[in-house]
Design a protein around this ligand. Structure first.
Ligand code: MG
Ligand code: ZN
Length: 223
């Protein structure tokens, strides 16, 4: 039994070490090509795709944006992003519950993002293991929504600990749900004292100017 446990731990360490090596290759390729990457992570249904489609529509004239879409099955989200006007590649993970650095390498190979552009990676909806897999991205943005409850940063601290920014989406629904914004922000800051937090509504537009300002400031100027 102890042997099985130690074998499992060893295998996990090997998987993560291999991923970290590929992530470093992605990171240096992206830096060398002047491509800015954002890894978007959340639970399913937080509104990542809606936020991305809106961002592509609103900033399309200003930034060159392409998207790597992760889902277990279907190209539903990739179709929505394409309709918004961005280059997109769909990664279907099958039984997999996260994206890894090898998958992003494959996506970059087909997207061929130009210098000075922004690549968004929409990770598989899951607040747990995507936090463990470095993709070689520049920034991590966690999207959560007011329908999920304010306790998520306390329950899934690893995801929030690794984030550069937390977007609290669907604030247009606040009158209809029990959601304590202050407790949520306090929870996120407990996991990660320096993290930025922006309340937004990807459908109604609240807070999007602040999100776009963050992006403009983080991303390099178009080459
Ligand atoms: Mg999606
Ligand atoms: Zn996973």
């Amino acid at each position: 039994m102890a042997d099985d446990t130690s074998r499992t731990v060893l295998l996990e360490q090997q998987v993560l070490a291999k991923n970290d090596g590929l992530a470093e290759q992605n990171r240096s390729w992206l830096a060398g090509h002047g491509v800015f990457t954002v890894n978007l992570m959340s639970s399913p249904g937080s509104g990542k795709t809606t936020l991305l489609a809106r961002t592509v529509r609103d900033l399309g004239g200003e930034l060159t944006i392409s998207v790597a879409e992760g889902d277990q099955e279907t190209s539903i989200d990739a179709d929505r992003i394409r309709a918004a006007g961005a280059e997109v590649v769909q990664i279907n993970t099958g039984t997999g519950c996260h994206l890894d650095a090898g998958m992003l390498a494959g996506a970059l190979h087909s997207l061929r993002p130009p210098s000075g552009s922004v690549v968004f990676v929409e990770n598989v909806g899951n607040l747990v293991c995507p936090a463990l897999f470095d993709l070689g991205e520049r920034c991590r943005v966690v999207v959560m929504s007011v329908t999920e409850g304010e306790d998520k940063p306390l329950k899934y601290p690893h995801m929030f600990r690794a984030a550069d920014l937390v977007l609290i989406n669907k604030v247009d629904l606040l009158p209809h749900v029990h959601f304590d914004m202050r407790r949520c922000v306090d929870g996120a800051r407990r996991a990660n004292p320096k993290v930025g937090v922006l309340p937004v509504s990807a459908t109604r537009g609240d807070g999007l100017d602040a999100w776009y300002a963050w992006l403009r400031q983080a991303a390099p100027a178009r080459a």
